[in-house]
Design a protein around this ligand. Structure first.
Ligand SMILES: NC(=O)c1ccc[n+]([C@@H]2O[C@H](COP(=O)([O-])OP(=O)(O)OC[C@H]3O[C@@H](n4cnc5c(N)ncnc54)[C@H](OP(=O)(O)O)[C@@H]3O)[C@@H](O)[C@H]2O)c1
Length: 286
C-alpha cells in the first residue's frame, strides 16, 4: 500500500497508536505536530514514540490557521485524533475550528476520506468539549470527503487518574457510582480505526472489552495500588455546585468540571472491541 495519510493529533495518546498502526499496515504517514523532538520521544501513558513511523513531518499550530494551509496537498486520506484534553487551548478553537481547517484543506485537495476520533454521546453533552466535538462531527458528516466518525468511551490513559488517587489513599464516586463505562486501550482503538481507513463512510460507537461501574473502577484502582479502599460517596447535587463554582473561576475550569461531571453521571458504553484489559494495563503503569 502506498497511500499517504495525514494524521492530526499525532502526538496524543491515541494519535501515537494511530501512527504506529497505520505505518504497520503499510500506509505512509504525514504527521502534523507542534514539536518533532517531542513526537520522537515516548508518549505519556505508555504510548509509543513516532520515531521511524513517519514519512513526512509538518509543524503546525492549530491556533494559527495559516499553518494548516496545504497540509493535505498530495495526500490521500486524513485521520484526526486532534482535541484538547489536558492542553490549555479552547476546545472550540482546536476540536472544532482546528479540525475544520484540516477538513477544508482535505476538501480543497479532494482527499478520499476523513476519519475522526469523536467521543461517545457528544450529541447530548453540555460541556464545551462535547459541543465542539459534536459540531465538528456534524460538519464532517456533511462534507464531500467520505466521513468516518468513531465515538469511543473513556481511554485507559484517563483511568490512570483513579489509580493515582488510590495510590494517595483517596477515591470517590458520584452518587452510588453506578454509572457505567467500558474503557478502551489506545492501541485497540487505533487498530479498529486503521481497519476502516480505506473502507466505507459511517459512524461507530466503541469501547473496550470490559464494562465497569465507577464504583468497580475505584475498587480496581485500590486493588492495583495495594491499598485499603477509602471511597467517599459524593452526593449527586455536588456536581451542580462544583460546576457553578468552576464557571465563576474561568471558562477552562468550567468546561473541565462540566466534562468531568458528565463523564461520571452518563453511561459511556460502546460496542466492545479489542483485547486489552484494564487491570494489566493499570499494573503496568502503577
Ligand atoms: N481521553 C479520553 O478518555 C477520551 C475519550 C473519548 C474521546 N476522546 C477524544 O479523543 C481525542 C484524542 O484523545 P487523547 O487522549 O489521545 O488526547 P491527547 O493525548 O491530549 O492528544 C491530543 C492531540 O491533539 C493535539 N493538540 C491539542 N491541543 C492542541 C493545540 N492547541 N495545538 C496543536 N495541537 C494540539 C495534541 O498535541 P500536543 O501533543 O502537542 O499537545 C495531541 O497531538 C480527543 O479529541 C479526545 O477528546 C478522549
Amino acid at each position: 500500500m502506498d497511500e499517504l495519510v495525514v494524521v492530526a493529533g499525532a502526538t496524543g495518546y491515541v494519535g501515537r497508536h494511530l501512527v504506529e498502526g497505520l505505518d504497520a499496515r503499510g500506509y505512509r504517514v504525514r504527521a502534523l505536530v507542534r514539536s518533532r523532538d517531542r513526537a520522537e520521544k515516548p508518549g505519556a501513558f505508555g504510548a509509543p514514540s513516532l520515531s521511524g513511523h513517519v514519512a513526512e513531518w509538518r509543524i503546525v499550530d492549530f491556533e494559527a490557521p495559516e499553518t494548516i494551509e496545504g497540509v493535505c496537498e498530495g495526500a490521500d486520506r486524513v485521520v484526526s485524533a486532534l482535541g484538547v484534553t489536558r492542553q490549555k487551548a479552547s476546545p472550540w478553537q482546536i476540536d472544532f475550528r482546528g479540525n475544520l481547517a484540516v477538513l477544508a484543506d482535505a476538501e480543497k485537495h479532494a482527499l478520499a476520506s476523513f476519519a475522526y476520533v469523536n467521543v461517545l454521546h457528544s450529541d447530548a453533552g453540555d460541556s464545551m468539549t462535547m459541543r465542539s466535538k459534536f459540531a465538528f462531527a456534524q460538519a464532517l458528516s456533511r462534507s464531500r470527503v467520505t466521513p468516518q466518525i468513531v465515538n469511543p468511551s473513556g481511554y485507559f490513559s484517563d483511568m490512570t487518574d483513579f489509580l493515582r488517587m488510590a495510590q494517595r489513599g483517596m477515591g470517590f464516586t458520584m452518587g452510588s457510582g453506578s454509572t457505567k463505562v467500558n474503557p478502551i486501550h489506545g492501541a485497540d482503538l487505533a487498530s479498529f480505526i486503521v481497519d476502516r481507513v480505506g473502507g466505507a463512510g459511517g459512524a461507530w460507537d466503541v469501547g473496550g472489552p470490559d464494562t465497569f461501574t465507577y464504583r468497580q473502577l475505584e475498587e480496581l484502582a485500590f486493588r492495583v495500588a495495594g491499598r485499603t479502599p477509602h471511597i467517599l460517596r459524593v452526593g449527586e447535587g455536588v456536581g451542580d455546585a462544583m460546576t457553578w463554582l468552576a464557571d465563576r473561576g474561568s471558562p477552562r475550569l468550567g468546561n473541565l468540571t462540566r466534562f468531568f461531571v458528565e463523564s461520571l453521571t452518563v453511561d459511556a458504553v460502546g460496542t466492545p472491541i479489542g483485547e486489552r484489559h484494564l487491570e494489566p494495563y493499570l499494573r503496568s503503569v502503577a
